[in-house]
Design a protein around this ligand. Structure first.
Ligand code: ATP
Length: 575
């Protein structure tokens, strides 16, 4: 179809912030699509492939600028100047193309097929001459584009479409366009999207058959990543039982990262909860799955947890998180930071989806096919009980075992990919607050290279605020990039810059820092620890705010920390 039609729809969509109006516009557009226009659904979400596919357009602002210059016969520096004026590269393209169009009569008609064809060549380009090849693919499109087409083309390229459309808007618009939009139709469409992570595949079925029931034919596919089922929170054990029913399955809530293993025949693929393929990073896990899990094909859900090679104690997630993105020296890091796979669910087995089976049935199968090999792969620790006392004891044991808490699960519940459900609940100790001062840091590696990525926290010893003693290390609650949205509102880069004037001594990756920057931190628990001068260590400390309003004399004191430690021992809230 003509790209112009899509660009006009983008424009209409961005002209309103009202959800219902957006659904009205989008459903009208979707009704006109033909079967062969399926890929336009990806474009609507600013993409060229389904969500499960890892390939992304990934064009930098620099390349976008160069392409605009080339397509409009401008100098790079003029495009940059305009960009500084307008602040939106898409708009720059729109303005410059408009200027050029006045002087040329010739115009090719741009189609969505051509746009997709060219954009799909981009992610696969590697090696020498890549930049030039990218430039010519983009320029080819831009020279045929009208101003409004150029605007949305460039925004698509840099991954910032700005039309306020999410998957849920597409879902509701599909319901509106082809069925009666109600709870049943939106839920069925959502289920189909959750199982496939492919809006165009869902569109295919709707367009072909036009019946809601046919969507049920869309099933999981081994090898294609799916979104995991997420848990709600419960504050107390009593509340958890009330919500999931008695008896309930209670499992350790491991402090690692979610890992889904897909196996067919000889091939095993591992995905994270972000649908990232991490197969190459965990060769030993592939081995465990092949050796210790029975079955020709399956998808199992698990948590990978790090442990200390010598003491065999479980380690906090932060210490193994680097394995997820590590692309080199895999064997070395595998040896240094081993993981144990804790299997707690199964979604698919030998050709059959188990999503609609009750949890107890699914885990019964897990216990039949997963052979426990501690420090390699095990079934996650679990009890099934109606007894609050037993639940409490199990919770205490999980905490003692260095884990975050427990999960409560309803025995009869189905597995709902991509949903946060009320039949699986997490309980962790309540978080507490301290105001601490940063007295040291460690430079990060990889994506966090060049910045401090973990910070030594200290509490106050004397009343004047002249001496401090270390109480832990923190790396969570801080944003990766300045644009990412989290509560804290500070990035590693920004915090490092703030600390730089107070650097005292650098020793390799470690930096000693003058006590100056005070921050509020939440944590889950204080432990006795020989690792820090104070004799205590915070578990799960998380940055919440900078406290420029506080003087050093108001940093939490060691006395307060001791008191918190004692209190927590006495009235530990098991919820
Ligand atoms: P959320 O996952 O709810 O968005 P979050 O990232 O803070 O929030 P947690 O609060 O840690 O996650 O709780 C959910 C996570 O706990 C799961 O996604 C999973 O990775 C992990 N987990 C650990 N043990 C289990 C278990 N036995 N069953 C299910 N999930 C578990």
């Amino acid at each position: 179809m003509k790209y112009e039609k899509l660009a006009q729809t983008y424009d209409e969509l961005s002209s309103t912030t009202k959800r219902l109006e957006k659904i009205g516009i989008l459903s009208k557009f979707l009704k006109q699509l033909k079967e062969e226009d399926r890929d336009v659904l990806y474009l609507l979400l600013g993409d060229i492939y389904p969500e499960y596919d890892e390939r992304r357009i990934g064009i930098s602002n620099q390349i976008a600028i160069k392409s605009i210059a080339k397509a409009t016969g401008s100098e790079n520096k003029d495009v940059v100047k305009k960009w500084k004026e307008i602040g939106d590269i898409g708009k720059v393209a729109e303005v410059l193309i408009a200027k050029k169009k006045q002087s040329t009569l010739h115009k090719n008609i741009l189609t969505t097929e051509k746009v997709i064809e060219n954009l799909r060549k981009l992610p696969d380009l590697v090696g020498k001459g890549t930049v030039n090849k990218k430039l010519s693919l983009i320029t080819e499109l831009l020279t045929s584009a009208s101003p409004i087409e150029a605007l949305y083309l460039v925004r698509t390229l840099i991954g910032d479409l700005r039309i306020g459309i999410q998957e849920s808007t597409v879902r509701d618009s599909l319901a509106e366009a082809f069925f009666e939009r109600n709870k049943e139709s939106t839920e069925k469409i959502q289920h189909a999207i959750d199982k496939t992570n492919d809006v165009a595949a869902v569109f295919d079925v709707i367009k072909k058959n036009g019946k809601l029931k046919d969507l049920e034919k869309l099933q999981l596919q081994v090898g294609k990543p799916i979104k995991v089922m997420l848990a709600d929170k419960a504050k107390t054990i009593e509340e958890a039982f009330k919500k999931v029913g008695k008896p309930a399955a209670i499992e350790y809530k491991y402090d690692g990262f979610r890992l889904l293993a897909h196996k067919t025949g000889d091939s095993v693929i591992l995905f994270t909860r972000n649908l990232e393929n991490v197969t190459k990073q965990f060769p030993e896990v592939i081995d465990y799955i092949k050796k210790y899990v029975k079955g020709d094909s399956f998808i199992i859900d698990s948590e990978a947890v790090g442990f200390d090679k010598k003491t065999k104690e479980y380690k906090p997630f932060q210490e193994i998180s680097q394995r997820i993105r590590r692309k080199y020296d895999i064997e070395k890091i595998q040896n240094e930071l081993p993981v144990e796979i804790n299997v707690f669910d199964i979604l698919y087995y030998n050709g059959k989806s188990l999503l609609d089976e009750p949890f107890e049935k699914r885990t019964e199968l897990v216990s039949k096919i997963v052979k426990n090999h501690p420090y390699k792969i095990i079934r996650s620790k679990k009890i099934v009980t109606s007894d609050e006392k037993k639940a409490k004891e199990f919770y205490e044991m999980a905490l003692k075992d260095n884990q975050e808490g427990v999960m409560f699960k309803n025995l009869k519940a189905e597995y709902q990919p991509g949903r946060r459900v009320g039949h699986m609940l997490k309980i962790k100790p309540e978080e507490r607050d301290l105001d601490l001062v940063i007295t040291g840091g460690e430079y990060g590696t990889g994506r966090r290279g060049g910045w401090l990525s973990s910070f030594i926290l200290s509490c106050r010893v004397d009343s004047a605020g002249k001496t401090f003693t270390e109480i832990g290390k923190m790396g969570t609650g801080i944003k990766e990039k300045a644009t990412e949205e989290t509560d804290s509102g500070i990035s590693f880069h920004e915090l490092t810059e703030k600390l730089k004037p107070y650097f005292k001594k650098e020793n390799g990756k470690m930096v000693e820092i003058k006590p100056k920057i005070i921050i509020s931190v939440t944590y889950q628990e204080i432990q006795k620890s020989p690792n820090y001068n104070s004799g205590f260590a915070l578990r799960f400390p998380r940055f919440t705010a900078l406290r420029p309003d506080k003087p050093l004399s108001e940093v939490s004191s060691l006395k307060e920390v001791k008191k918190d430690f004692e209190n927590q021992k006495r009235n530990w809230r098991y919820g």
